[in-house]
Ligand binder design. Structure first.
Ligand code: BGC
Length: 413
């Protein structure tokens, strides 16, 4: 098939500060990594030291052929205490943006990617509407100080992540039960000087109240950014697996899809774009979620190898949100890089079919630029198109990076 993409199509890779920078010590996730009973298999430590190595990293991504780079600004660094904005941290991100510009990479910036400053959680976290106001203040500050160099902004990465994890039974054990909170919550709350019932971090809190605060935070952030930079495109990103119904599972699937996808897609309706982040599919029967289908290859995440999921979620996002989409994340965790290249080829064929049908898809960001810290799973799952020797921090380009970079350079394959 012809997979020509529009000339202005955004081709990039994505990272998140906590997963690549290293030593994000003022964040709630760092705290969670280090408390007794932590659900994280290992701490993030130096990660891939992107905080110091971004000049070479950005140059490498540009050399490979990409024209954009999606990275996140770490709120816990920019505002390490309530109301104190660090000029040094803001300048650090200014230098990153300048490096992107110098190499012809259009920067897409995410302002919240799972991790929050510790003080935010100590003050009620994502269950407190005051967090929406604090987040908007920080976003406005970034728009004011750095907006001249930013190409587009994702306010919050995967606004629905905790709801997805909760619905699919993937929250750490004990977190969703009404009984005694798990030890790690008790310890983390104690470290912050709050009670365990008041610990509401972004990744694990999945109540209606939290959903409302997150969506309010997005709305307030859009307003704060637009007040500073009216022309800067702003959206949020949503984790969208292709939710399939089999043998009469439609009603169950639709109910779950409403809770974990529709309410968030509907909230994106007035935005400049919505970020679609897709990795695989989930199947539902009349009794709920089904295990992976027999015979389908599994990735390191135990997801089905299902690159066609992206086409389905793009079509669904267009149907429900009705705004332009950007694939802000897509990828696969595998040690067999030939499977990664095969996955991207099939996923991109799906994007091309969407474009041929007239859907306004504006770009594609591979997750991830580097093998990095996969949250509670540590460094074992490898999503990168570039490997990293974490003893020496040497970058090793994989064949899939060369392939994808050439596709980006040529605008198709
Ligand atoms: C997140 C990334 C994560 C990736 C792979 C997305 O949910 O935005 O931070 O590493 O999926 O699991």
């Amino acid at each position: 098939m012809d997979t020509r993409f529009p000339p202005n199509f955004l081709w990039g890779t994505a990272t998140a500060a906590h997963q690549v920078e290293g030593n994000n010590i003022n964040s709630d996730i760092w705290l969670l990594e280090h408390v007794p009973g932590t659900p994280f298999v290992e701490p993030s430590g130096d990660a891939v030291d992107h905080y110091h190595r971004y000049p070479e990293d950005i140059a490498l991504l540009a050399d490979l052929g990409f024209n954009s780079y999606r990275f996140s600004i770490e709120w816990a660094r920019v505002e390490p205490e309530d109301g104190f904005f660090s000029p040094a941290a803001i300048n650090h991100y200014r230098q990153m943006l300048l490096a992107c510009r110098a190499h012809g990479l259009r920067p897409m910036v995410t302002l919240h990617h799972f991790s929050s400053p510790r003080w935010v959680i100590a003050r009620g976290g994502w269950a407190d509407p005051a967090t929406a106001a604090s987040f908007a203040r920080y976003c406005g500050r970034i728009a004011r100080d750095l907006g001249d160099l930013i190409d587009s902004i994702c306010t919050i990465n995967e606004v629905n992540i905790a709801f997805l994890l909760s619905e699919l039974g993937l929250l750490p054990s004990g977190i969703a039960s009404r009984g005694e909170p798990p030890a790690f919550v008790i310890h983390a709350a104690r470290a912050l000087g709050i009670g365990p019932g008041d610990f509401h971090c972004f990744l694990y809190a999945a109540t209606d109240r939290v959903r409302d605060v997150i969506l309010l935070a997005h709305q307030n952030a859009v307003a704060a950014i637009k007040a500073e930079r009216p022309a800067l495109p702003v959206g949020m990103t949503i984790a969208l697996q292709d939710l399939q119904a089999v043998s009469g599972g439609e009603a169950v699937r639709d109910t779950i899809r409403h809770r974990i996808q529709d309410v968030f897609l509907e909230a994106a309706r007035g935005d400049d774009f919505v970020g679609v982040q897709t990795y695989s599919r989930e199947r539902f029967g009349p009794d709920g979620k089904l295990p992976p289908e027999e015979g389908v290859e599994l990735t390191q995440m135990y997801y089905e190898f299902w690159p066609e999921a992206l086409e389905a979620t793009l079509r669904y996002a267009h149907q429900i949100a009705g705004v332009p989409t950007i694939v802000t994340e897509n990828g696969i965790a595998t040690t067999d890089d030939t499977r990664r290249a095969a996955y991207y080829r099939r996923a991109l064929e799906g994007v091309a079919r969407c474009l041929q049908d007239g859907l306004d898809v504006r770009g594609f960001y591979a997750w991830s630029a580097f093998d990095n810290y996969e949250w509670s799973l540590g460094y074992r799952p490898v999503f990168g198109i570039i490997a990293v020797n974490r003893d020496t921090q040497e970058r090793i380009v994989k064949p899939s990076a060369r392939w994808l970079g050439e596709v980006a350079r040529n605008g198709g394959f």
